[in-house]
Design a binder for this molecule. Structure first.
Ligand code: ZN
Length: 134
């Protein structure tokens, strides 16, 4: 089962937590045990799992990504968004989570974050939920 999640971003770069939306999709699917894949079909966005208890952490990650790939730099890509492609490559475009007893097997401190690196835009996330019990 593939679900789509529409996201509206508001800044050039930002992380948006999507844990509760993905959790709801898993609950709605009714599966007890399996795998949930969260995939971003974009080249200037990404998805990661990291700490959601302290918002300073995603802020620090965003800041460090900016240090590694500053908006202005000596890039060959002429579209003007090379830095966004690099950030997307570093963060990655999918995460895979186990589903146990009908719930995402996230650790206490973990959350799922969508990363925008060339916003603001309307984005799409694909959530594939597969059961391992037939
Ligand atoms: Zn580009």
């Amino acid at each position: 089962m593939i679900n789509k999640l529409d996201i509206k971003t508001h800044s050039k770069t930002e992380f948006q937590e999507i844990t509760s939306k993905v959790r709801e999709m898993v609950r709605d699917s009714g599966i007890k045990s399996g795998i949930c894949v969260v995939y971003v079909p974009h080249t200037t966005a990404g998805v990661m799992i990291n700490e959601h208890a302290d918002p300073d952490i995603v802020s620090d990650i965003l800041h460090q990504l900016e240090e590694i790939a500053p908006r202005q730099g000596k890039y060959k890509h002429t579209e003007g968004n090379a830095a966004a492609h690099i950030k997307s490559a570093l963060i990655g475009t999918s995460v895979t989570l186990p589903v146990n007893y009908g719930e995402l097997a996230l650790g206490t401190w973990q959350g799922i974050f969508f990363g925008e690196f060339d916003g603001p835009r309307n984005r799409e996330i694909m959530v594939t939920i597969i059961t391992n019990s037939l």
